[in-house]
Design a binder for this molecule. Sequence first.
Ligand code: C2E
Ligand code: CA
Ligand code: CA
Ligand code: CA
Length: 290
Amino acid sequence: DADHAMYCTKQQGRQGYTVFNHQLRINQADQLALESELRRALEVDDQLQPYFQPFIDANSGELVGFESLVRWQHPLRGLISPALFLPMAEESGLITRVDRYMINAACRQLRRWLDEARVSPDIALHINLSSANFHDPELVAWMRDIIDSYQLPAAILHLEITESALIDVPDIAATVMHALHDLGVKLALDDFGTGYSALSYLHRYRFDVLKIDQSFVFDVDRKEEAFAIVRAILALAQALGLDVVAEGVETAAQLARLQEMGCGKLQGYYFAAPAPADAIDWERLARFVQ
Ligand code: C2E
Ligand code: CA
Ligand code: CA
Ligand code: CA
């Protein structure tokens, strides 16, 4: 029954976290419990963790970046997927704290990698940012402090924003995005093509990177429509001088097709699933260099 939705967690998903039975709705009491547990998680040190998923240069096979993705290692419930707790975090207003926590954790890890010469200062670190952050007048100053305190080249940091994040707050978003650009931070438009006014966002805001949504990549090698859409996105990006990352690359056939089409950067299970920093297989990443 619904009371058990949060607890019937018998299967391990592809990414190692529990797959909840979507038939069951999470009831309100559970929602409230989860919310207070998230508040607690934000105060302790080891429950919210960045997992990192690499992107690869489609031509050279070189590692060119990582995306940080939040995971909640709950002491009792196990590893909880963002799909399960981010909606609650958005409703409760905790999302901006989650995002700041993640920016800090990902930047701290990046600092370590730079110190260990694990990664080049030319890579990109992509961090997801929800729309609620646009209402936070302190965000830009806070970002500047993070960049200063970890002594990071600002241009490594790429904030990923989805189209839907821009719907509610067009003017505030423009102001904040402009200020972030002034810091030297880059902006990526996530899930490109899935919102309903993708092109108007490109017109209205200055992005540096487009991320082609995985729904198009999924069929790129076997459906004419998906192929045509990806081709059009690549042409558009080229015309606008934007970098492109195709996400959700899972097969050699998708990889070959995207390479042929001249897509710059690739991300997906084919290369590596998201993993905690200490579980990244650096040797495997190095092997993609052709
Ligand atoms: P997203 O930003 O579009 O991230 C891509 C999702 O696809 C991730 O799911 C990733 O693990 C998954 N993925 C990666 N490669 C493949 C592949 O080859 N095939 C398939 N089918 N999936 C792949 P994840 O990690 O569960 O994250 C879900 C969403 O939660 C993200 O979608 C993002 O919108 C949001 N999110 C994650 N971390 C954060 C965060 O720190 N802050 C905010 N605001 N949102 C976050
Ligand atoms: Ca993303
Ligand atoms: Ca995406
Ligand atoms: Ca997505």
